[in-house]
Design a protein around this ligand. Structure first.
Ligand SMILES: Cc1cc2nc3c(=O)[nH]c(=O)nc-3n(C[C@H](O)[C@H](O)[C@H](O)COP(=O)(O)OP(=O)(O)OC[C@H]3O[C@@H](n4cnc5c(N)ncnc54)[C@H](O)[C@@H]3O)c2cc1C
Length: 521
């Protein structure tokens, strides 16, 4: 590992063979029962492999709402057609070309086909419906914006209906995970909960199994076909975040759950078995803490200023753009400012969704003022004093910003005219820009088959990584060009890797597409 990377000792010493209390064998071991691991276990067992999935907590992990995919039958029925080459290019460019384009393109090309299988399963066997989400970041008309702000309607919602065998949850993604977990069990996959994988077992350059620990002690599981790491990212490991993505530590809220599930275990096990850490800069999945309509960064866009009262970023509510900028603002503080014409501004910013956004706006405003989340003052001077920024600077910033609004062109940050909202009519409002770290994907260097690689880009036999421990897919910042891609790529690669390994194939053998040349990747 180089100096930028984490080097601290986080793993217990290698287990002595004498410590092992039992040994068993199967075709494929999956480590981690999150959305990626459960999907991999489902796909591998469906394709005839004997599977053991080890999970360190007492049940599977699932959080979140949106499941991204491109080209499903639900999208086709809704008339949503996405230019796949453009979508892949935009994700790649969002990561400043650090990530592996082939992985991204595979996701864009194959995710529709993969999710369709699970949509069929959900509707047929599990009493669910699947719809498109057009709430918050999943806007129906942002595909018409310039490339850097484009968003496509990729977010799918798995919904329980009455009588569904799936348990209620506030997280729609949990319906999906419970479904694939159940289906995997019906296919014969064995889930070992409260079982922590500690160390990969190697023979030469091939991973042949894993040492796991449960309440009875250390056990060896041999994997005839391979081991799939699906242990999640590094969200709960502050040391790793400090080493690889320190800005994320400046977030106001960290609430991955179960706490301790994302300690980077798979990444460390991989490195100890000779793997390289992804060379991409990590892409934190981050957005504002509060989703209420006027709160900056999610639904609406307002002038933002730093503690000096100066404008410092594009205010587009493009999760996670505003929060990224806040994390590097001096003093880790920044404010959104808007005026009393906010209802008119919302109508201009989101004409298609304005009615919905304005539905309960008066109650929301009253609540936020009472709780202190929003500040309201009769003049800009008073507002500046309340939020602790220099009044002269704030007034000068507002004048300059209002000038861009009048011109219909933002000469500083390029915010599209529709989102420029002048600050003219008293009273004036302010709200702190908040930041919530949901997940920090960062993982192992992999090839186009999601097979784990060494520093010399050589594949390690029998070792694969899916979900947030799969490196090289995201870089720098989480792309909301295709909302729900975090779940979407976990499912897509979970499925593709699980199936290919069970069938003794590679993803690439099954995944070529028109004009694509797989050589040299
Ligand atoms: C509140 C919240 C909302 C979100 N909303 C969305 C959304 O709407 N759309 C979206 O796309 N993404 C969303 N995300 C992000 C998304 O949920 C994650 O990126 C996704 O869960 C990653 O899946 P995974 O399977 O890689 O990891 P995880 O879901 O974290 O699963 C990893 C599993 O591995 C287990 N494990 C780890 N180490 C070991 C070990 N040594 N031995 C055995 N087991 C181990 C863990 O306990 C865990 O169960 C959200 C995240 C949060 C926290």
């Amino acid at each position: 590992m180089d100096g930028r990377q984490f080097t601290g000792p986080v793993w217990p010493a290698a287990a002595e063979p004498g410590d092992i209390v039992s040994e068993e064998s199967c075709d494929i071991v999956v480590i981690g029962a999150g959305i990626a691991g459960c999907t991999a276990a489902q796909a591998a067992s469906e394709n005839g492999a004997s599977v053991i999935c080890c999970e360190k907590f007492g049940t599977f992990s699932a959080h979140g709402i949106d499941i991204g995919s491109v080209g499903t039958r639900v999208q086709k029925a809704a008339g949503v057609e996405i230019d796949k080459a453009l979508a892949a290019r935009l994700i790649y460019e969002w990561g400043q070309q650090q990530a592996n384009y082939h992985l991204i393109r595979t996701y864009v090309e194959k995710s529709g086909e993969v999710l369709d299988r699970y949509i069929d399963m959900a509707e047929r066997d599990y009493g669910m419906t699947v719809t498109l989400n057009d709430d918050m970041t999943a806007r129906a008309d942002w595909n018409t914006l310039e490339d850097k702000y484009k968003q496509f309607q990729t977010a799918h919602l798995f919904n329980r209906t009455e009588g569904s065998p799936i348990r209620p949850s506030k997280w729609n993604a949990a319906f999906f995970v419970e479904m694939v977990c159940d289906s995997a069990k019906k296919n014969g996959a064995r889930f070992r909960f409260n079982t922590t994988a500690e160390q990969l077992v190697k023979s030469g350059n091939t991973v042949t199994g894993v040492l796991v620990r449960d309440r009875d002690g250390l056990k060896k599981i041999n994997a005839r076909k391979g081991v799939i790491l699906a242990t999640g990212g590094i969200t709960d490991n502050k040391e790793m975040i400090r080493a690889w993505c320190p800005a994320a530590l400046r977030a106001d809220k960290f609430e991955n759950f179960p706490v301790g599930s994302n300690m980077g275990d798979g990444l460390v096990m991989g490195v100890m078995a000779g793997a390289a850490v992804s060379r991409c800069y990590p892409a934190p999945i981050i957005h504002p803490v509060n989703f209420s309509v006027l709160s900056p960064g999610m639904n609406t866009s307002w002038l933002t200023v730093n503690r000096d009262g100066r404008r410092f970023s594009s205010e587009m509510a493009y999760e996670p753009a505003v929060t990224n900028a806040r994390l590097n603002a001096p003093g880790n503080v920044a404010w959104a400012i808007w005026d009393d014409d906010y209802k008119e501004h919302i109508k201009k910013q989101e004409s298609r969704k304005a009615r919905k956004l304005l539905e309960n706006i008066d109650e929301g405003m009253a609540r936020a003022l009472e709780s202190g989340e929003y500040v309201r003052c009769g003049s800009l001077e008073a507002l500046a004093s309340r939020i602790g920024v220099p009044a002269d600077n704030l007034k000068a910033t507002v004048d300059r910003y209002n000038g861009w609004c009048a011109k219909g062109e933002d000469g500083d940050f390029g915010v599209p005219p529709r989102f420029l909202s002048p600050v003219k009519k008293a009273p004036f409002y302010a709200c702190k820009i908040s930041a919530y770290l949901l997940s920090l994907p960062h993982g192992l260097h992999v090839d186009q088959n999601s097979q784990v690689l060494t520093e010399n880009d050589e594949p390690i036999g029998g070792l694969f990584a899916v979900g947030n421990v799969q490196g090289d897919f995201f870089a720098n910042s989480y792309p909301v060009t295709l909302p729900g891609t975090s779940h979407g790529r976990s499912i897509t690669f979970g499925y593709l890797v699980g199936r290919a390994l069970a069938l003794g194939k590679t993803i690439s053998e099954e995944c070529s597409w028109d004009t694509w040349n797989t050589s040299g990747l």
